[in-house]
Design a protein around this ligand. Sequence first.
Ligand code: NAP
Length: 440
Amino acid sequence: MTARRAAVVGAGPAGFYTTDQLLGEGFEVDLYDVLPTPFGLVRAGVAPDHPKIKSVTRVYEKTAAKPGFRFFGGVELGSDIMREDLLERYHAVVYAVGTATDNRLGIPGEDLPGSHSATEFVAWYNGHPDFADHEFDLSATRAVVIGNGNVAIDVARMLVLDPDEINVTDTADHAVAGLAAAQVEHVVLLGRRGPAQAAFTNPELRELGELARADVVVQPEEIELDEYSRAWLESDDADPTARRNVEILRGYSELPPPSKSHRIELKFLRSPLEVLGEDERGCVGGLRVVRNRIEPDASGALRAVSTGEEEVLQCGLVLRSIGYRGNPLPGVPFDERRGLIANQGGRVCTEEGEPLHGEYVVGWIKRGPSGVIGTNKKDAADTVARVVEDASASNHVERPSPMPAIRKRTGAWAITCVSTSTQSGLPRQKRYSRKAPSSS
Ligand code: NAP
C-alpha cells in the first residue's frame, strides 16, 4: 500500500504540531498556508519582545526537515485550491486555520480614526503583509486598551516600551520607527469585570512591573473585591491563576507613586458605551464608559452588570482586544454561534453531528481562541488520534492522485522565510509581500 497522505491547512502552531504527529504516524504531509511564510501566530501574533516564545519555531523547523514533509506557501483554500481537490487527493485533510477575525464591541464610534482592533495593531508591528501599510496615529498621549486578556497586555506594553527595548526585537522596521515616534505616555488597560475575573496569566501581568520606562499603576479602590469574587477566590473552585493575579495587583496597588516617564494603569469594572469623536475630523477624543458591579447569573457565573454610572476616559487612541472568532471555509460546515468549524473531538461534522469522511480540525478553529502555544500540542494529539483511529478502521477512502491541482495564482509556491539579523542575534522579520516572484 502507498503511504497515507495528509494535507494540513494552516502553518501555525496547531498546524505544525499536527504535521509532526502525522509524520510520526507514517503519513506524508503537505502543509499549506495562505501566507508565503510559515508559523502563523508565532510570526504574526506573539509580541516581538517575547523572543523566547517565538523561538518555538526551532521545533517547527525540525518538523519541516523530516522526510515526507512539504510546505506550500501563498496558497488560499477556496481560491488557489479547493476543498474538493484536497479531499480527492489526501486520505486526511486537517484544518488548522485559527480564528482570524476580532470581536467587535458594537458601540457607536468604534470605527472612528484612532479606534482600532488589537488584531490590526499586533499584525502591523509583527510585519503581517496585509497590515504592513496600515497607519496608526500614535501622536496622542493617552490610549485605552479594552480587554483584560494577554493580547491586551501585549499591546499596552508595546505602546510604552523604550526604543532600546524594541530595537533588539524582531518588530517590523516600519513599526520600530512608528513606535519610536509615538507620543503615548499613559495607557489605560480596561476590564469590564473585576480583578478576580481578569484573563491575564501571571507571568504576563508580572512583566508589567518590570518595564524600563513605564510604571504600572493600580489604585487601591480598583481592586476592592465584591462579596461574590471574594467568596469565589476563597473557595476550592478558584483558579490559582486568578488568585495569583489578585495578589500581583494588590502588590501594584501598594507601590510608591509613579516616577517613570510612562505608565500603564489598570482599571476594572467598566464597559465601553461609545468612542467619542474629538474634532471636525472625528478623531478619537475619549471613551464613554459605564461602571459595573459583579453579580452571579442563573448558572452561578460572575457577570458584569451595569450600575448606570457613567464617566469619560480622555484618550486619543482606542485599541479593542476582546477576543477572536473564526471565519468559515468554503464548503466546510461552520458553527456560526461559536464561530468555529463544526466538529466533534476534531472530526469535522455536519449540523446534525454526522462526522465527515477524511476531514478534521485542530487549534483555535476547533476549540476557540484560548490557551497558550503549547496547548495546541495536546489538541493536535487528540485530533491526530481521530485520524489514526479512522485509518485503522479503514474509514479513509483510497485517493487517486498524489499531487493536488493547485490553481496557480502567484506563480511560485514554496518560498523560504526571509529574515536578517539584529544586533541581539534575534531574527528580524523583513517586510514581505504576498505577491511571490513569478516563476520562469
Ligand atoms: P482572552 O484571554 O479571551 O481575553 C479577552 C478579554 O476581552 C477578556 O478580558 C474579556 O472579558 C474581554 N471582553 C470580551 N468581550 C468584551 C466586551 N464586549 N467588552 C469588554 N471586554 C470584553 O483573549 P485574548 O487576550 O485575545 O487572548 C487569546 C488567547 O491567547 C488567550 O488564551 C491568551 O492567554 C493567549 N495569549 C497568550 C499570550 C502569552 O502567553 N504571552 C499572549 C497573547 C495571547 P470577560 O472575561 O469579561 O469576557
